[in-house]
Design a protein around this ligand. Structure first.
Ligand SMILES: [Fe+2]
Length: 344
């Protein structure tokens, strides 16, 4: 589905209104070469319509951009004038995918709020953020911030425990009106991480669980044994074999660390998005209601030292999750009232 450019401007204007872009604020749009030209112009027109000052930082792709083509950080590296320009903005719309680079952290420290927008219009529109989603995701964030121990299980044999407290809890609900805060449109989950050596147990991904970056659904279970925050064994059929090979290809011991942990709360996101041929980077698989988003690799976004480039996001269905003594998910069903979507 493609939107007419006037419709795109209106859609982006609604998003910028959620981000509380006001008259005389400065909005910077970060884009790469000739990519997403339509998005860049539509955001600029939308921001100008709201009375903001607006400019576009357009860069060539960085050398050594990752396999997935997320070259934002590499493109900015060492480009001081561009970084300073972006730091001066109240809101940076990131169409390049800075990920959690030091350049992005520097902008956040300077007070810029950052909105990542890389999904196609169909998904931006269908999963347009709401204040209700924000409230439920923030309820999850508060619970994670106060938790000491997270444990989750499933019928395939998962039983794993995370000791919490070292890192902050974080939220993603699809817009940002808070200085220095990053978000991704669209989204809908909360997460935190354990200290580097404080995850122990077994994670058994079941059939139908998803592997990113492959965006594939498991045909057979994969069993990870985790000791002191590291995967020490990966067992299973072909899917496990492929994953072992993929992780080994990085030749990096840090690839086996455990990354963020949390759960999805977006009731409009579809678990079967890839089976339905939905384009995009897979936010639906990561955010669908009642998933556990298990992940491996880097923890720099939480403030940790693991900066491996090997990052897996592994959404799992039908899990039961406890935060201390509170039952959060029962077989994939969200239990606490403050996080439940209407009608669920
Ligand atoms: Fe992730």
């Amino acid at each position: 589905m493609s939107l007419k450019s006037t419709e795109l401007v209106l859609l982006f204007r609604r998003e910028l209104e959620l981000c509380r872009v006001k008259e005389d604020e400065t909005v910077a749009v970060l884009s790469e070469a000739e990519k997403n030209v339509e998005y860049a112009s539509a955001f600029m027109v939308a921001a100008r319509d709201l009375g903001a000052h607006v400019f576009n930082v357009n860069l060539l792709p960085g050398r050594g951009a990752g396999l997935l083509g997320f070259g934002g950080a590499a493109a900015l590296a060492g480009n001081r004038p561009a970084i300073e320009a972006l730091k001066s903005a109240d809101l940076v719309v990131d169409l390049m995918f800075l990920l959690f680079s030091k350049e992005q952290l520097e902008m956040q420290k300077a007070g810029a709020r950052i909105l990542l927008c890389v999904e196609p219009p169909e998904i931006l529109q269908r999963l347009f953020p709401t204040t209700d989603l924000r409230e439920r995701v923030e309820a999850a964030e508060r619970r994670l911030a106060n938790g000491h121990q997270l444990r989750f299980t499933n019928r395939a044999g998962t039983d794993v425990t995370y000791k919490l407290g070292k890192f902050p809890a974080m939220s993603e609900y699809g817009y940002t009106d808070t200085p220095g805060r990053w978000d991704h449109w669209p989204s809908g989950f909360a997460f935190t991480g354990a200290g580097e050596t404080e995850v122990n147990g077994k994670v058994v991904m079941d059939r139908g669980d998803i592997i990113y970056p492959f965006a594939s659904y498991l045909r057979d279970p994969i069993e990870f044994t985790i000791r002191e925050g590291r995967i020490v064994e990966t067992k299973g059929g072909l899917d496990a074999e492929m994953l072992r090979d993929y992780m080994a290809s990085y030749r990096d011991p840090k690839a086996y660390g455990i990354s963020h942990i949390g759960w999805g709360l977006n009731e409009r996101a579809n678990w079967t998005c890839h089976a339905q041929g939905v384009p995009g980077i897979g936010i639906e698989g990561r955010a669908f209601y009642g998933n556990v988003l298990f992940s491996t690799g880097p923890n720099t976004e939480l403030g940790g030292d693991n900066d491996t480039a090997c990052h897996l996001d592994l959404p799992m269905r039908n899990c039961t999750l406890y935060l201390d003594d509170d039952l959060i998910l029962r077989d994939g069903e969200v239990m606490p009232e403050d996080m439940r979507a209407a009608g669920r």
